[in-house]
Design a protein around this ligand. Structure first.
Ligand code: C2O
Ligand code: CU
Length: 510
């Protein structure tokens, strides 16, 4: 036991009509009124323990902010996490996926609608669903042991939340190294007042792949942790000037674009001259991608779902978890869409075809990859999403610590796993402007992600994002409004780092 006194928190049902049920009760006193409509098995219906003095994930504060999002029509989805074979385009692997597809079936709603998604767990392991980038009600966030008990094998769990902000988001499990299997899908929230004009829209999901080819993410994680292997056997592919050091810790044998190997690429088709919106998502476990389209410049319109003032670039860098939306006016011909594994060997690959001609080979490296690579400092938020100027009420310093020698990572020298987060909540208060100083003293870059909020990078006039690359021996401040009560994870989106301790959580005080 920690010195903090704690009480048991039981989940209240999320379904309409049960919103008035209280989530908290006294220690040992089971509340007969509390049940979850989809907690089919007893394994997923267990309680949560949260420290006294903090908002509970389905507490009154959370429900009141959710009501303020004016929940609209309910859209229902069902995702089955399943183990089985998936064809990556000539290579059939044994892996875990949603509904046997990689990426999983997309979820698409209009801003203001309510996502009601039932996750069916047919995996041989506990799992959860996390809705990356969405400022949602805390009890739908999918952080195991913090916002919900993990979903047991054979059980199901229904997530229900209002998707208030339009944009490109994605979903993945928040359990173990499952993210580095095939468990991911996009979540697109359409803007009923969309102002961007385009003829076509393509979603491009990038991934690094090892599952079923070079062990499993679990075996790779165990190897890294056992050996403190670092950049020996697993990594060591090279280093990246842009990242300031090694690209990653793991040598993934393959890279995928929309679940396909370069030898059997996805082909996007359009008319020459058409304007296409590309929604780029990096769903990988340990790889940053440098993305470019041969022969074309791209106009960046959004990052991490939020609009920016349009800016042109040749190439983009996407750390794990990051998204960019770009608009491109297409030439006549066949063009390679290449996502180089930054500081590693290989690339994900796709084709854009607007006319006749033979396809460039997967090994092609268009000149645009070496052209202008847009940086955060060139991005400005669209006026509507710019944070107002305000002095921070709290400055929280988070040093990114650890290394590959012991293969232990952490914030401020403390490695934490999900089951320990509730004991080490970093307190914040609703209404505060928080400045988070991310100080990287490690010889490794880290894509740092905050749940439930979209911060401004650098200053209040910086672009709004939820995931930000902190380069080797660099530091970066992000600012956010504490406007979404609950318990929220902050972690490195390198899944091997996160699972080796680079995880923390903020807790709103009551
Ligand atoms: Cu995509 Cu906790 O993250
Ligand atoms: Cu990291």
């Amino acid at each position: 036991m920690t010195s903090t006194s704690r009480r048991t928190l039981l989940r209240a049902g999320l379904a309409a009509g049960s919103a008035g049920l209280l989530a908290a009760c006294d220690p040992g006193g089971p509340d007969p009124a509390v049940h979850h409509p989809s907690s089919a098995s007893p394994g997923s219906a267990g309680g949560l323990v949260i420290p006294d003095g903090f908002v509970s994930p389905s507490g009154a504060e959370v429900r009141s902010v959710e009501a303020g999002r004016h929940p609209g029509a309910v859209r229902s989805f069902r995702l089955t996490a399943t183990a089985g074979q998936v064809d990556l385009g000539g290579l059939v692997v044994d892996t875990w996926s949603y509904d046997g597809r990689i990426p999983g079936p997309p979820i698409r709603v209009t801003a203001g609608e309510v996502v009601r998604a039932t996750l069916v767990n047919r995996l041989p392991a506990e799992t959860t669903l996390h809705w990356h980038g969405i400022a949602l009600r805390n009890d739908a966030d999918g952080a195991p042991h913090l916002t919900q008990p993990p979903v047991a094998p054979g059980a199901e769990f229904t997530y229900e939340f209002t998707a208030a902000s339009p944009g490109t988001y994605w979903l993945h499990p928040h359990a173990g190294a499952q993210l580095d299997r095939g468990l991911y899908a996009v979540l697109l929230v359409d803007d009923p007042q969309e102002t961007l004009a385009y003829d076509d829209e393509w979603t491009v999901v990038l991934d690094d792949w090892l599952d079923g080819v070079a062990g499993t993410p679990d075996s790779v994680l165990a190897k890294l942790q056992d050996a403190g292997a670092g950049h020996g056997e697993q990594g060591g592919e090279g280093s990246s000037e842009v990242l300031g050091g090694p690209g990653g810790d793991v040598a993934h044998p393959h890279y995928l674009l929309n679940g396909r190997l370069p030898a059997s690429p996805e082909t996007f088709r359009a008319r020459p001259g058409s304007r296409v919106r590309l929604r780029l998502v990096n769903a990988s476990g340990d790889t940053a991608f440098r993305v470019a389209l041969g022969g074309h410049r791209m106009t960046v319109t959004h990052t991490d779902g939020f609009p920016v003032q349009p800016v042109e670039t040749d190439a983009l860098l996407l750390g794990m978890g990051e998204r960019y939306d770009v608009v491109v006016t297409l030439d006549d011909g066949v063009f390679p869409l290449v996502a180089l594994a930054e500081g590693k060997k290989g690339a994900a690959f796709g084709l854009v075809r607007t006319g006749a001609g033979s396809a460039p080979p997967p090994k092609v490296r268009p000149a645009t990859l070496k052209g202008h690579l847009v940086g955060y400092d060139e991005l400005a938020p669209a006026e509507a999403v710019r944070l107002d100027d305000r002095k921070p009420d709290q400055v929280i310093r988070m040093e990114l610590t650890g290394g590959t020698t012991s293969y232990s990572w952490g914030f401020n020298g403390r490695p934490l796993t999900h089951d320990k987060l509730a004991e080490h909540l970093v307190p914040i208060h609703a209404g505060e402007r928080i400045q988070l100083d991310l100080v990287n003293s490690a010889h490794m870059w880290h894509p740092v992600h905050l749940h439930g909020h979209t911060f401004a990078v650098g200053s209040s006039s910086g672009p709004r994002k939820d995931t930000v690359n902190v380069l080797v021996e660099d530091s970066l401040s992000v600012l956010f409004e504490a406007d979404n009560p609950g318990l929220w994870v902050l972690h490195c989106h390198n899944i091997y780092h996160a699972e080796s301790g680079m995880t923390a959580a903020f807790g709103y005080r009551r």
